[in-house]
Write a protein that binds this ligand. Structure first.
Ligand SMILES: [Zn+2]
Length: 302
């Protein structure tokens, strides 16, 4: 009798402190564990997945997922996942040097692997100071929104394989996401036409697919939005200005006030078109893309 009372008290205490999790765990089959190498793919997975999936994002928020490397805990989660969503296009090179079960990996850019762009590039460092290079394959595949749709399809296909009973819901979720991506694609195509003849400087070599898809002429620098511009940077920019006569610099993130002013002195206005490779501080991937398009529309108002 005493024992039972104690058990009841313990249960009550556990409920109060949240020790016992409520609601109770899902009955029957365990959830399918999904992890992605970057935020756009994670966002697509969240849009497409159903309650049968547990979808985790493990990339540190202050780093570029392309050059991030997992710590022990994250690595273990990647190894234990049922589905590892990769970008392909030689993204997240850490995957080449660790062992992950080959059956769990999904290369989401496979459908257009014959259209990947080769790039040259020098070594430079991002905000965290780690030196890296973009030489090899251009990897910012998802800001060509028709390519993003193919990446979403690859995710849906794989999720359906792991949870066939969810096929209908996954299909509906995919259709909703593709409608949003289709809208972005149409808007960008129409903007691309209106911007024909203009040339843009871009702050980082990540806009290759975007430029190809929407016919936007670009010259790439290897700058960071928050970097201090030195003589070399200004000389590089002046060379681009005399060659292509751009009026705008497109930044991958919010530039410092100093940088905006330095460019203004050379006759260049600044706008942000962020790939949202990592989770934004506010909003989600789709909201960032819609804001990007609004930012670009500013060009037409000049
Ligand atoms: Zn870089």
């Amino acid at each position: 009798m005493r024992k039972t009372n104690l058990a009841i008290q313990l249960t009550a205490a556990a409920l109060l402190t949240g020790w016992l999790s409520v609601p109770a765990p899902v009955q029957g089959a365990e959830k399918v564990k999904v992890v992605s190498v970057n935020y756009p793919l994670h966002y697509f997975a969240e849009r497409i997945g159903t309650d049968s999936f547990s979808i985790d994002y493990l990339v540190a928020l202050d780093l570029d997922p392309a050059f991030w490397e997992p710590g022990d805990e994250a690595l273990m989660a990647f190894q234990k996942a049922d589905i590892v969503i990769r970008n392909g296009a030689d993204y997240a090179k850490w995957m080449n040097v660790v062992t992950l079960p080959s059956t769990t990996k999904v290369d989401t850019s496979r459908a257009f692997s014959d259209r990947l762009i080769k790039v040259e590039g020098g070594a430079h460092s991002h905000g965290d100071g780690a030196v890296h290079s973009h030489a090899g394959t251009a990897f910012t595949t998802w800001i060509d929104f028709s390519q993003a749709a193919m990446q979403a399809e690859a995710i849906a296909k794989r999720m359906t394989r792991n949870a066939p009973s969810e096929a209908k819901q996954i299909g509906e979720n995919l259709a909703g996401l593709k409608a949003d991506l289709g809208e972005l694609d149409e808007e960008m195509k129409s903007l691309g036409k209106k911007l024909k003849g203009q040339s843009f400087v871009v702050s980082h070599p990540i806009y290759q697919y975007w430029s190809r898809a929407y016919g936007i002429k670009i010259d790439s620098l290897e700058w960071e939005p928050e970097m201090k511009l030195g003589e070399k940077e200004i000389a590089d920019l002046k060379a681009v200005i005399s060659k292509s006569k751009p009026q705008w610099m497109i930044w991958e993130g919010e530039p410092t006030k100093e940088n905006v002013e330095a460019l203004a002195q050379l006759g260049l206005s600044s706008l942000v078109f962020s790939p949202a490779a990592n989770r934004p501080e506010e909003g989600d991937w789709l909201e960032v893309m819609r804001q990007n398009i609004k930012n670009l529309e500013e060009v037409l108002l000049r």
